[in-house]
Design a protein around this ligand. Structure first.
Ligand code: SF4
Length: 62
């Protein structure tokens, strides 16, 4: 069964779709969902939908 513990949202900082925005008020963004926020975008996805982001993709290690 899928884990829907709010504390276990995917770590956007390790995700391919995460980016830092130029907006000091909303510095964390997700290109996939078009989200800009103070929190990690995955937290916003959870708050909006009640489900964890299903689109985490691990950023390749360089
Ligand atoms: S796709 Fe999901 S895990 Fe990746 S940055 Fe966006 S909200 Fe975070």
């Amino acid at each position: 069964m899928e884990n829907q513990d709010p504390r276990r949202a995917p770590d956007c900082l390790k995700c391919l779709h995460f980016h830092v925005t130029w907006d000091a008020a909303f510095p964390r963004g997700c290109t996939l969902f078009g989200v800009k926020s103070r929190n990690l975008p995955s937290i916003e996805v959870y708050k909006a939908t009640g489900r964890h982001c299903p689109s985490f993709e691990a950023r390749p290690i360089r």
